[in-house]
Design a protein around this ligand. Structure first.
Ligand SMILES: O=P(O)(O)OC[C@H]1O[C@H](O)[C@H](O)[C@@H](O)[C@@H]1O
Length: 447
């Protein structure tokens, strides 16, 4: 097996290689802080050794539960938001057929999502499409108190019970939540659902390699063992004993922090592989919630290329020079498609005849890299040999480890997200939630 790799050559210019490598001691100190558990947020370091500590029995339990859902359901709705949603969506979108819903000879249930928004029309259409279908629910919430998934679950649970009866519904509902606390825990215990625990010391955005991600990913028919194996290999490759110049996560963390210090406030994660769109969404939560605090932090953005070169390309090329780009480059696509010859050649594309579509894409990628570098956009390149569960597992762990290091380099607690409560408090006050009487009065006076 190959490994994902990093190349920072084209990120150098605004910052030098010497500057990046001068961060070696700082990076090593941050890695030691993570491994020794003596830094801020040290009660949320469970993700650090998650891949290597998952047991065969745990994986088998997840696979068996997935198989029950797979045997009973044409559709499984994964209910969750943020870290309880994005990892699954990233893997399923990357590895499923892009036109999955149109496949007629299905081997796997369709995985749908709920609780990731409060869209009334979205919920209406979801409930409508589930009518007459055999479906199941995976309700995922670490805290067990998040409004969006709780609302969706309330509706879908009722619909399921009305359709198949309370007893059968119990066999089609799985809850993934905290071991002891939260409304979902109480509900699951009372109703007798099969449950999986999200460990206390694993925060939502670091939880994809717990049952949070592993169960719905297994339901989709994707090998969770390959995913975990990839993550295990990256856990080793970024370990405390690995020298700085060989540690991908440390190099990435050091480079992006040096770029940030030089005025590059926005990092754009780009892919040239449309199926990686949600990897970008997952990455944005990971870095956004981990670093955006205390008035600091790189703003994480993402683009799908070449698609967005026709919308955001202008800004990236010539807008305010406060950005750098991190490109996930896929070495080999899973399929082969060649450009056909056309006798009339009215479109003038015969110079491409016989070439693989990926060759065109790769030249677009190279051309974009050089153009953006010329335009003052430093470029970090992360190469993935191919898009499969193993390399996605590597990518997840690589980014998680780098995020921990990077957050400590920046001088924040990368494992909390106090700012997320602000909107919730206002929303509850506006909705007159019991216990929020004072806040309701205060907020209404501002309207
Ligand atoms: O899993 P849950 O407790 O429902 O949380 C889901 C998400 O929403 C919260 O508000 C946090 O900001 C996220 O970090 C979390 O992943």
């Amino acid at each position: 097996m190959k490994n994902i790799s990093i190349n920072i050559d084209k990120a150098l210019g605004v910052v030098t290689k010497e500057q990046v490598y001068a961060q070696e001691a700082k990076a090593n100190e941050c890695i030691a802080t993570l491994h020794n558990g003596n830094g801020a947020g040290n009660d949320f370091l469970g993700w650090l050794h998650l891949p290597s500590s998952i047991t065969d029995a745990e994986l088998t339990d997840i696979e068996n539960t997935a198989n029950v859902l797979r045997s009973k359901c044409e559709v499984v709705v994964a209910i969750g938001i943020g870290g309880s949603y994005l990892g699954t969506k990233a893997v399923v979108e990357a590895l499923n057929n892009s036109f999955d819903w149109l496949q007629s000879d299905r081997k796997n249930p369709v995985v749908l999502y709920a609780g990731q928004n409060i869209g009334e029309d979205y919920l209406y259409e979801l409930c409508e499409i589930l009518k007459g279908k055999q479906f199941g629910l995976i309700n995922i919430s670490k805290s067990g108190t998040t409004t969006e998934p709780a609302l969706a679950f309330r509706m879908l649970k009722k619909q399921l019970e009305d359709a198949v009866g309370k007893e059968e519904a119990k066999h089609r509902i799985v809850a993934i939540t905290d071991a002891k606390r939260g409304a979902l825990r109480t509900l699951a215990d009372q109703e007798g659902y099969k449950t999986f625990i999200i460990p206390d010391n694993v925060g939502g955005r670091f939880s994809v390699l717990t049952p949070v991600g592993l169960l719905p990913i297994a339901v989709a028919g994707i090998s969770i063992r390959d995913l975990v194996a990839g993550a295990v290999s990256m856990e080793k490759a970024t370990g405390i004993e690995i020298p700085f110049n060989e540690n991908l996560s440390a190099i990435y963390a050091a480079t992006r922090n040096e770029l940030y210090k030089s005025g590059k406030k926005i990092e754009i994660l780009a892919n040239f592989h449309p199926k990686l769109h949600y990897i970008g969404e997952w990455w944005k939560q990971l870095y956004g919630e981990s670093e955006g605090k205390d008035g600091k932090g790189i703003f994480p953005a993402s683009v799908d290329l070449t698609t967005d070169l026709h919308s955001m390309g202008q800004w990236i090329q010539e807008g305010e020079r406060i950005i750098f780009e991190t490109v996930i480059s896929v070495e080999t696509p899973s399929h082969k498609v060649e450009v056909p010859t056309d006798e009339a050649n009215l479109d003038g594309l015969n110079f491409l005849a016989g070439k693989r579509v990926d060759e065109v894409n790769k030249m677009a990628e190279l051309g974009t890299q050089l153009a953006h570098v010329d335009g003052g956009v430093p470029n970090i390149k992360i190469t993935m040999p191919e898009v499969n569960a193993y390399y996605i597992g590597q990518l997840f762990y690589f980014f998680e480890k780098a995020c921990g290091i990077s957050g400590y380099m920046l001088g924040v607690n990368p494992f909390d997200q106090p700012g997320v409560e602000a909107y919730k408090k206002n929303m509850f006050a506006l909705l007159n939630k019991p216990g929020y009487e004072k806040e309701s009065e205060a907020i209404r006076a501002r309207l």
